[in-house]
Design a protein around this ligand. Sequence first.
Ligand code: GSH
Length: 229
Amino acid sequence: MSIVLYDLAGGDPDLRFSPRCWRTKLALAHKGLAAETIPWRFREAALLPQPNQSRVPLVSDGGRVVCDSWAIAAYPEDTYPDRPSLFRGEGGRAHARFLNEWAETVLLPHILPMIVLDLFNAVDDADKPYFRQNREARLGMTLESAQEGRQSRLPAFHTMLAPVRATLASQPWLGGGEPSYADHIITAAFMWSHCVSLFPLLPVDGPIADSWRRSLSLYGGLAATAVRA
Ligand SMILES: N[C@@H](CCC(=O)N[C@@H](CS)C(=O)NCC(=O)O)C(=O)O
């Protein structure tokens, strides 16, 4: 029985844009584990298996339910140790945890206001009132105001990516010679934007752009073939 993943979907059920769900999809593909994905909308907390956090990603593997993207990455790593490793040891796991926290506290919060109106346009119509109210409360302004003038924020955003750029200038992946979960965290953050927005968030050239292109083609082009709004 394959793993079941509850995956945030937009108005188009095939539009899957959640950065945390992308971490999970890339992690499962890295482990060579097939997953059936179930489209899930913001208002559908009651449809998630128990126990849950009213959020996705959530995976069910033979009835065992795991939620939270970090716990989900650790789950196949520890349950299927004979398959390709996401962390390559405890040191790699610890470094990936740092990347995970950086993505949660710095990277994703900087991306959100630059694509939040595009996200609003992509979510299911029935989710729009919740999304607008919740995200406007989080951002402290309207979605329109948050996204306005985003072009002028790009230089500072690219400066913030300097440690990622410098690392990828000296090795092909954050994981070293091969991709690791740390790479999937970064790719997943950019998939958020890639799936819903035409805004050119990524640097057009350089090590991050090169790594992004390589990431798109991993696992049979999993990310490259994602539906875009
Ligand atoms: N710490 C959790 C956070 C999960 C999370 O916030 N997921 C978002 C989608 S990316 C969600 O389900 N949001 C529901 C909402 O905003 O109501 C994880 O890493 O999985």
